[in-house]
Design a binder for this molecule. Structure first.
Ligand SMILES: [Zn+2]
Length: 400
């Protein structure tokens, strides 16, 4: 039985690939309409418009919408599934982009084998692909295996939506995140964890020419700490430390009283982060500038401003193997790479589900005014994901 269905899925997938060189007109047109509506994360009106456009598309497949309202301002997560479904595979997308309403890059442009436009791969192309895959699944009765989740604040780290998304993932063994594939089509094998750590140093002001001996230089103390903390980076291990924001002092002729630095720290193993965190605590506890007259040194506080969990390779290994098997049967090759940036895959990592990030169509120039999607990648992913999701539907995991 299982083998039969897989074979049917394979022929359907091959059929989908052969059906069109580019996108079917309906999906091509939908993508253009979506791209031409600005949905920068703060543009709530644009996001509402895009939701309005998409909801009937999902509903026409027989899926039922649930709105998860997040705040008074209209932000919401949409989820779709068949009535009475027991889904196994969560399909995750976001509707927001990074492109400001005031910018010059607002419309889809057709350049033959590539479509150029704001959010065309990140991830409006991914959302259209998702819909297209669902239509294929419907033809073989596989729609009751999926739950679709679309949020609207991913580009700022999903601060409002991540709790809802994690909740919707409960009990589902598999999650596919429709972020764009990397430039060569690779999917993501792991995503770094991220922490933003701020050090705030307090010293003592004094006139720099008249009585500097009465001061405690917070800027100097902090500068020494920036050097010490930055030296903890190990780029070979993907452990990066960027002191991206520094502030301090009031005037050149005043000994600096207050200074601060915010580090962006990225890591591929939790142990690395724990080591760095301890080391920063120790560095902060020492006064690098000490005034013997006052018997007092600079004082530093450490605070965490933001965090994004790690997506470890253990969370992607199973789906990576499965997508590679599906790819081989279609004559495709899918590679995987570790990346330093985050996605909702990071936010889902601790749910215990197996995840794969970057299954969407790919191209290049993501987040720039050159962002483009390769049409061939759309077709490739359409057949690949239709087959993969079908095979996941009939797999043993999550059947209890
Ligand atoms: Zn994205």
């Amino acid at each position: 039985m299982k083998r039969c269905l897989a074979a049917a899925a394979l022929s359907l997938a091959l059929g989908a690939a052969a059906a069109a060189e580019g996108m079917e007109p309906h999906y091509r047109e939908l993508l253009e309409r979506l791209v031409n509506i600005n949905t920068e994360t703060r543009n709530l009106a644009g996001l509402a418009q895009v939701r309005q456009l998409l909801i009937p598309q999902f509903e026409s497949l027989g899926l039922v919408l649930t709105r998860h309202r997040l705040a008074q301002d209209g932000r919401e997560v949409l989820s779709f599934e068949m009535p009475g479904a027991k889904p196994k595979v969560m399909l995750v997308g976001h509707l927001d982009t990074v492109f400001p309403v005031t910018g010059g890059f607002q419309k889809l442009e057709d350049q033959g084998n590539r479509l150029v436009g704001p959010g065309v791969i990140d991830m409006k192309g991914g959302v259209v692909l998702l819909l297209n895959v669902l239509e294929q699944l419907k033809k073989q009765g596989g729609l009751d295996q999926v739950r679709v989740v679309l949020n609207d604040d991913e580009e700022i780290g999903s601060p409002n939506s991540k709790a809802v998304i994690r909740n919707l993932a409960q009990g589902l063994p598999f999650g596919l995140v429709f972020e764009p594939g990397l430039e060569d089509g690779s999917v993501v094998s792991s995503q770094s964890g991220v922490r933003w750590i701020k050090l705030t140093t307090t010293g003592k002001a004094a006139h720099a020419g008249l009585e500097p001996e009465k001061g405690i230089d917070a800027c100097l103390d902090l500068a020494i700490k920036v050097k010490k903390v930055s030296a903890l980076a190990q780029s070979g291990k993907g452990l990066t430390i960027n002191p991206g924001l520094i502030a301090g002092g009031s005037k050149p002729n005043v000994v600096c009283e207050d200074a601060s630095v915010t580090f962006d720290i990225r890591f591929r193993s939790l142990a690395d982060w724990q080591d760095v965190s301890h080391a920063i605590h120790h560095i902060s506890a020492v006064s690098d500038v000490y005034n013997p007259l006052l018997q007092q040194g600079a004082h530093t506080e450490m605070t965490q401003l933001a965090e994004m969990p790690l997506l470890p390779t253990a969370s992607t290994a199973e789906l990576l193997e499965r997508i590679q098997i599906s790819a081989r049967s279609l004559g495709q090759t899918v590679r995987a790479r570790a990346v330093g940036y985050g996605s909702d895959g990071n936010n889902l990592a601790e749910t215990g589900m197996q995840l794969l990030v970057g299954v969407g169509p790919y191209g290049g120039g993501m987040h720039s005014d050159q962002e483009f999607m390769l049409l061939s990648s759309y077709q490739e992913r359409l057949s690949l994901l239709t087959l993969l999701i079908t095979q996941l539907s009939y797999s043993q995991k999550g059947t209890s």
